[in-house]
Design a protein around this ligand. Structure first.
Ligand code: SAM
Ligand code: SF4
Length: 499
């Protein structure tokens, strides 16, 4: 099938219409603007009542979210930040999960004006990784110590669902001996960031073992969406994208990840869009998003808007939006990426983020080629703010009291979707995650950490072990002996033991 014929058959209108209510989608712009305007002078008492609701790990309404979005008083903002961190501690404790993105292809039929991969960008050198190249990328990432990746694809018939399913197989198959020679390391969870698909294609990814499926709406504001995504392209269809996660749920993928590209339109509107999205997923499927991302637009090759948009989000507003998201959707993971500069990323993690990436390379084939982004500028989508190694970021976070987790057990034990959400809300999943974080951190410290990182990590792991030994949940449920035996076996060289 030629490219144009393929493009024409991607969108299935009946896989949009079935989710509409009376022909309407869940983004009610009039209501969003009305709620933001009505809350323009938030009363401190009302703000504090809303914070109490967040602490009970309940999804906030859009009306409540609008109140928090309007807070500018420094004292209240500080209370919000402290509450956000407390919410994160209750649900996720002091864990931070690491992953690496692997860009498999920059072929793309769309022309999003902010993206270096847009088909009109003739300066971009196009490449799609072969099976062998995917294996090499996986090995390079494994050699850094990673166990979790997100595979990223442009939208093109050559990188269709069959190609993605095959690439998942290649990523899962890669296995490496650890540097000390006494263990092995492999990728234990592959998430996917790819264009919206039909249900039949999503089922292929589910069968191939996809972890989380991630699609960013870019902007929830229809008029802006239409300006940035040319009509007649697949991406130009706002609702096909808006219901990508609904189709994923129908296909059996119950860990779904949403996001907005901040900088395209008003940031407060986008937060309201994300919260509306979480509500509609809960309403239709009983499960909210597994994670929310809030990428800020970065300079992209040849894209004027990526550097000159009137809506670029300043650092202060960025901190406010992350705080509000943490409070509004308390059980959901929040991802801050290496798009951000190191100092800001470190600070933002303290606002309640749960996942981040490190040693990131976003050029096609850049891990195996050991290329810095400056050497690969014709194969990247945008420029990163933080290119530090995993070892450096793990060390920094350990010194801030965060334990790195490479845990992928929840997914492999069937703790996904509604099961994981209810466990997170009750604080139970967090307890298992704590044990698995310590086990995977032990593996990392033994296998990959530099002497300085190991020093910082050993201190932290010692504190964690003491805490675990004193926590009634672990002693009462008789989890402690199994955990301690796994811990000792891992320290002695066994790998991939989890609770
Ligand atoms: N092609 C697929 C799509 O558009 O859904 C998925 C991959 S795309 C490579 C991943 C994400 O990168 C996009 O959803 C967008 O939010 C983000 N992105 C695009 N241009 C960006 C830029 N200039 N700065 C930061 N993020 C950008
Ligand atoms: Fe293609 Fe995605 Fe970039 Fe748009 S954001 S041009 S769809 S790769």
């Amino acid at each position: 099938m030629d490219v144009q014929a393929w493009v024409k058959q991607v969108i299935r209108p009946n896989e949009i219409d079935r989710f509409l209510v009376n022909g309407k989608d869940f983004i009610n712009e009039e209501q969003i603007v009305g709620e933001l305007t009505a809350a323009s002078v938030p009363a401190p008492g009302r703000v504090r009542d809303i914070l109490k609701k967040s602490l009970e790990i309940q999804l906030l309404s859009t009306e409540e979210t609008a109140v928090l979005l309007n807070v500018t008083d420094p004292t209240l903002l500080e209370e919000m930040r402290e509450t956000a961190l407390e919410v994160k501690k209750r649900v996720y404790d002091n864990r931070i999960v690491f992953f690496a993105p692997i860009y498999c292809s920059n072929l793309c039929v769309n022309s999003c004006v902010y993206c270096g991969f847009r088909c009109e960008n003739r300066a971009e050198k196009r490449h799609i990784l072969s099976a062998e190249e995917i294996r090499r990328e996986a090995e390079a990432v494994i050699d850094e110590g990673h166990k979790r990746v997100i595979a990223v694809y442009g939208e093109h018939p050559r990188s269709d669902a069959d190609y993605m399913a095959d690439s998942l197989g290649h990523l899962y198959a890669a296995k490496r001996t650890t540097p000390g020679g006494n263990g092995f390391n492999n990728i234990r969870r592959v998430n996917v960031n790819a264009a919206p698909m039909c249900i039949a294609d999503l089922k292929k990814l589910w069968r191939a073992g996809i972890g989380t499926y991630q699609v960013f709406q870019e902007t929830y504001h229809r008029e802006t969406y239409a300006k940035l995504h040319p009509a007649g392209t697949i991406k130009g269809n706002y609702r096909w994208r808006l219901y990508a996660m609904h189709r994923a749920m129908e296909a059996g993928i119950d860990d779904v990840a949403i996001g907005a590209l901040f900088g395209l339109y008003d940031w407060q509107f986008e937060v309201m869009g994300l919260v509306s999205h979480a509500h509609d997923l809960e309403r239709q499927f009983g499960i909210g998003p597994h994670t929310i991302s809030f990428p800020r637009m970065q300079p992209a090759p040849g894209s004027f808007i990526s550097e000159n948009s009137p809506y670029l989000v300043a650092d202060d507003a960025f901190k406010r939006l992350v705080t509000v998201l943490r409070l509004a959707v308390p059980y959901t993971g929040l991802i801050v990426t290496a798009r951000e500069r190191s100092g800001l990323r470190r600070e933002i993690i303290g606002y309640g983020c749960t996942q981040t990436d490190a040693s990131t390379k976003i050029g096609i084939g850049a891990y195996a080629g050991k290329k810095k982004q400056e050497e690969n500028a014709d194969k990247v989508q945008f420029m990163l703010g933080d290119q530090r190694s995993l070892d450096e970021v793990v060390r920094e976070l350990a010194s801030d009291g965060y334990i790195t987790s490479f845990c992928t057990a929840g997914y492999r034990c069937g703790r996904t979707g509604d099961k994981i959400m209810s466990l997170l809300e009750k604080g139970v999943e967090g307890k298992f995650c704590k044990l698995n974080a310590v086990l995977t951190f032990r593996e990392y410290l033994n296998d990959y950490a530099s002497p300085e990182t190991r020093l910082a990590g050993e201190r932290l792991i010692e504190q964690e072990l003491q805490e675990i030994e004193q926590t009634p949940f672990f002693t009462d449920k008789k989890l402690l002996p199994t955990f301690m035996s796994y811990y000792r076996r891992i320290a002695a060289g066994e790998r991939d033991l989890y609770m």
